[in-house]
Design a protein around this ligand. Structure first.
Ligand SMILES: O=P(O)(O)OC[C@H]1O[C@H](OP(=O)(O)OP(=O)(O)O)[C@H](O)[C@@H]1O
Ligand SMILES: Nc1ncnc2[nH]cnc12
Length: 179
């Protein structure tokens, strides 16, 4: 009998040298195509969450798919953390470095009620730059980050350690060695 993690791992495709030479790109589009892939992933992530969640803060773009479904499962609201320049209202923004570049994330400044219990969600944790920028945004907006959840972790890149150092309970369903 295979575990849920084994089943999910079998649905993730690895594409070498995308978007740059040397990057092993962990592609979740194949998991999304499976009829039960997303629901099994979301059920497994929900099992790792203790206590009520007011808002799932989902990170653009692939984090929207996981985070949106997890918000429904947890009975939480959905806070969209987007690449800068996409949100129409007044925003706050944070710069961050990526495994393969730099970028800036933004959220609506009034998206989070004071002390809301917020779970940051993305598909994948690599260096942690993206997730830490999301944590900084939610905290600046007055939210209480109660954890961060990912489908995939690349532990060699140190994102999990960086989140723990920032006081965030970070957990992932699948770990992949190498980049
Ligand atoms: O831990 P880090 O080193 O910050 O990397 C992880 C981030 O990289 C990927 O997003 P990407 O920026 O490629 O954007 P996308 O989801 O829009 O494709 C992934 O979805 C995470 O958001
Ligand atoms: N190796 C990787 N695969 C997929 N998404 C990523 N985001 C950052 N690194 C990644």
């Amino acid at each position: 009998m295979t575990s849920v993690a084994d089943d999910l791992r079998a649905l993730v495709r690895t594409i070498p040298d995308f978007p740059k030479p040397g990057i092993q790109f962990r592609d979740i589009t194949t998991l999304m195509l499976d009829r039960s892939g997303l629901s099994r992933a979301v059920d497994a992530l929900a099992d790792t969450v203790d206590g009520p969640i007011d808002l799932v803060a989902a990170i653009e773009a692939r984090g929207f798919a996981i985070g949106g479904a997890l918000a429904v499962k947890l009975g939480a609201g959905l806070l969209l953390i987007r690449k800068d320049g996409k949100l129409p209202g007044k925003t706050i923004a944070e710069d961050y470095a990526l495994e393969y570049g730099t970028d800036r994330l933004a959220m609506h400044v009034d998206a989070c009620t004071p002390d809301a219990r917020v779970l940051v969600v993305d598909d994948l944790l690599a260096t942690g730059g993206t997730a830490l920028a999301a944590v900084r945004l939610v905290r600046r907006a007055g939210g209480n980050v109660v954890g961060a959840r990912f489908l995939i972790d690349l532990p060699e890149l140190g994102g999990g350690d960086a989140l723990v150092a920032a006081g965030v309970d970070a957990r992932s369903l699948l770990a992949y060695e190498g980049h």
